[in-house]
Design a protein around this ligand. Structure first.
Ligand code: TTP
Ligand code: MG
Length: 363
């Protein structure tokens, strides 16, 4: 059996006061003053969002505009321009797609990314998050906050941690302590009613929840008790579900020191092959395998790929393909990738493929 102690790397991205940020970008006179996007008070309008200056007055999303005006009489309210927000959202998704195919958008301004597949030593999840933040700022002139951790729950809490314009990384060995101290209200699904109930039982932090057995949590909170039991321990197995069909599954590894060639790489290939099998299994993509492919980057930074159709991705194929690719240059290698291309017809592949369970930590 393959070891299943795989570590995932999940990034959650959420733009800061998204609609308001776009309006401030386009109308500089709105910057630095409390402003909101929404319907007018006279027409019993509601706010979609507001900038952080307005939040200082207690103004919030979904608040009736009339109420917001009482909290902050100088509030400037502008009407929404959805086409602009949709366009900005497209640009953001294009930036995410430069890094991974495994993107699950949650709304126009929010998405999960699974970057576990990227095992390049120079491109850690934290670097990817930094690069995304910088590119969004550059292309759109707005800020996004990002959270990086081992699962969706912790990544999402982390992206909110230092909003606006924040980056919070919770590495694997800090998840336990980070979650222990969290208020239960940070657990998605704990709204005002559940929070009140939990507080009545003395459950304020995730550490408090850990003191309860699964049995007791289920008894008091029903099915949601199972979620509470998991989240309180920083666990969340939910996959990042790409909205687009995957076209390939692959693993790759960059070396800190170049590998001279086939005579040296057998153990590396073996390990990568196991990772690839795990990926395919996690993506439930066995039936859709169409081709096997390899990728090599040489120490002169040129890159080559070799494909073989009509294979079910057996290990011997990869050895052949790697040798074929290597002989094109016969130079030391700085990156090796193994993958499969997937057919885009067939019942299951045309659905959203759940992806991706994590690789063995390859460093
Ligand atoms: P959010 O990400 O929830 O809020 P936000 O981006 O405005 O602020 P934050 O910095 O806290 O992330 O929502 C994204 C956009 O969705 C928001 O700009 C406006 C819209 N929206 C509504 O139209 N109605 C709502 O009730 C909420 C919460 C958001
Ligand atoms: Mg947002």
């Amino acid at each position: 059996m393959y070891p299943l102690t795989m570590q995932r790397k999940i990034i959650h991205i959420d733009a800061d006061c998204f609609y308001a940020a776009i309006e401030m970008r386009d109308r500089p006179e709105l910057r630095g003053i409390p402003m909101a996007v929404g319907g007018s008070a006279e027409r019993r309008g509601v706010l979609t969002t507001c900038n952080y200056d307005a939040r200082a007055y207690g103004v919030r999303s979904a608040m009736p505009t009339a109420h917001a005006m009482r909290l902050c009489p100088q509030l400037t309210v502008v009407p929404p321009q959805m086409h602009k927000y949709r366009e900005a959202s497209q640009v953001m998704r294009g930036i995410f797609a430069e890094f991974t195919e495994v993107i699950e958008p949650l709304s126009l301004d929010e998405a999960y990314l699974d970057v576990s597949e990227i095992t390049d030593e120079t491109l850690t999840a934290t670097r990817i998050a930094k690069a995304i933040r910088a590119q969004v700022r550059e292309s759109l002139d707005i800020t996004v906050s990002a959270g990086v951790s081992v699962n969706k729950f912790v990544a999402k809490v982390a992206s909110d941690w230092q909003k606006p314009d924040g980056l919070t990384v919770v590495p694997p060995d800090e998840v336990d302590a980070f979650v222990a101290a969290l208020s239960v209200t940070k657990i998605p699904g704990v709204g005002a009613v559940t929070a009140d109930k939990m507080h009545r039982y003395g459950l304020r932090t995730c550490a408090d929840v850990r003191g309860w057995s699964l049995h007791d949590l289920r008894r008091r909170f029903g099915k949601f008790g199972v979620v509470l039991h998991e989240r309180a321990r920083g666990r969340d197995e939910r996959l990042v579900q790409p909205s687009r069909v995957r076209k390939s599954v692959s693993v790759e590894r960059t070396f800190s020191e170049d590998v001279s060639g086939p005579s040296e790489w057998a153990p590396i290939i073996e390990r990568l092959y196991i990772n690839l099998m795990e990926r395919i299994e996690a993506a439930k993509a066995w039936h859709a395998i169409d081709k096997a492919f390899i990728k090599l980057k040489f120490n002169d930074f040129t890159q080559t790929t070799v494909e073989r159709a009509g294979t079910k991705a057996v290990e011997a194929d990869y050895h052949d393909l790697l040798v074929e690719g290597w002989e094109r240059k016969a130079r030391p290698v700085r990156l090796i990738g193994l993958g499969v291309r997937l057919m885009d017809d067939g019942d299951q592949v045309s659905e959203r493929l759940p992806f991706s369970d994590p690789p063995l930590a390859e460093h």
